[in-house]
Design a protein around this ligand. Sequence first.
Ligand code: HEM
Length: 513
Amino acid sequence: MAASDVDSSFFLLFLPKEAFSPMITVSFLFLAAVCLFPGGVAWLLSPCRRPIPGPSGINTALAGTAAHRALANLASSLKATPLMAFSVGISRFIVSSHPETAKEILNSSAFADRPIKESAYELLFHRAMGFAPFGEYWRNLRRISATYLFCPKRISSFGKQRMDIGESMVAEIRGLMERDGAVEVKRVLHFGSLNNIMMSVFGKKINFGKGDGVELEGLVKEGYELLGMFNWSDHLPLVGWMDLQGVRRRCRKLVDRVNVFVSQIIEDHRKRRVSDSVGAVKVDRAGDFVDVLLDLEKEEKLSDSDMVAVLWEMIFRGTDTVAILLEWIMARMVLHPDIQAKAQAEIDAITNGNSRPVSDSDMKNLPYIQAIVKESLRMHPPGPLLSWARLSIHDVQVGNYLIPAGTTAMVNMWAITHDKNVWPEPEKFKPERFTSEDFNILGSDLRLAPFGSGRRVCPGKAMALATIHLWLAQLLQNFKWVAAENSSVDLSECLKMSLEMKNPLVCGAVPRF
Ligand code: HEM
């Protein structure tokens, strides 16, 4: 008989009778403490004297596809909206669902680090900005990208490219409508966003469906899946080495392919730079982000493998969020024809009855379009738990509670933007709430901060908004968006790496002229 087949109560027979009762009592008390301790097992041994309210035991909310809703419900039912503690395996978590504690966490230098998941580590992201530990290397990356990729001059220099990609998406939608009578919006937006990032970062347009395009699409798809997966190895180190979900194995395979793909692009740049600088005619090109990285000098200079990580991250961050948000916005346009018509009237007025295409320079004069984007970010924040959490570097006080070093901190932005004490009628899609006041969504007001806040706020926020505003205006200028025959808009959500529509939007786009 194998040891595992023996019922554990069998061993109790060998214990002396007098030890029986106290031992059982102590064990029972210990188990009760483990099971009932607020915040769960990981908080049991923490140095906090004042327990933070939270569910006891091990919480599995993060493993589901609606973690933002599950955590919001738990926080509200336990009256732990300002701060709730919970455990996943041996990892200690806190989550804020209130603007005040959210601000305290995101703006505190104590939370300037990020917990690194196994998948992110294996996929090289600890050498890229998003997961790099808080320190000199991370600061250097932020400085480089702020100066050369995300600065206003650079963003506006990509205006023509954004507009061209928007126009080619419009042409593609026309073609799809003629062929099928309906469009799956996300597919068009996904390739548009991917190309936008590829052009800004690699200076390269990709032809999807062929050669490089097929490989890139495969890399991105597999990467999203791996990074979006809940991995028990991150929280249960004892089973971590077994890699039960196969995450490590898949990451290692993927990273080999990423290395080949991105290194080839870097090599092509090196060769082109040599050929541009020799010969009779010197070519002076406007460089892309790869050129910027290759031009860095001395202490700023990155190794080739670090460059691969940084470039690879940009593809990841830039593509998914923009396409997903625009899909939600188009779903809202189909559901609210009155709001759509009001936005189109605004565009028609500024372009003299559509006598010219909308462009970047019109955006400041399209306040209603901007209000629609803000309201969509409120109702459907792409990172409802602010995507990638923070980690406390040292013990720190949040509200009245002591948070020990090494605690993962999350902000439930979705819970804040759906709280009726913060936003009246939170379930109503009403862009008008943003037309009377100039609400700043870039991180200063935590009632709506979809790009995060503080030191690790999203560095791509201005670039993302420039793209979303322009493409939305182009899509509304060219088409009236309607429900497709036999298909209604389903607003069900699915939280993967970002908050996606569970059933992709399929709708009609009727040309307006
Ligand atoms: C709608 C579009 C986007 C949304 C909603 C969004 C949201 C976010 C959020 C919530 C964070 C975490 C912030 C925090 O911890 O306080 C973040 C970080 C980040 N985002 Fe974005 N993002 C968007 C677009 C982009 C784009 C276009 C890029 C670049 C091409 C980008 C690059 C990054 C990077 C590199 C970080 C990590 C920063 C760090 O840890 O220092 N994002 N983003």
